[in-house]
Ligand binder design. Sequence first.
Ligand code: FES
Length: 61
Amino acid sequence: MYVCICKAVSDQEIRDAVANGADDLATIQAHLGAATNCGTCIEHAQQVIDEALAQQLSHAV
Ligand code: FES
C-alpha cells in the first residue's frame, strides 16, 4: 500500500529501509523521498516507521 502518493513510496519500502538502518523520518525522507512534497503523508510515514522500529525491538528480545 502506498504511504506517500507524491513519491510513490509504499509501506513495505519504508519497512525495508528501517530494517536497513533508517530509523527516523529524516532518513526515510533523504533515502526514499517520501514525505518531501505535499506533506500529507508525514503522519502515516512516521506511524509506519514507529511500527517497524517496535517490531525490530520485539524481535531483538
Ligand atoms: S503524499 Fe507524501 S509528500 Fe505528498
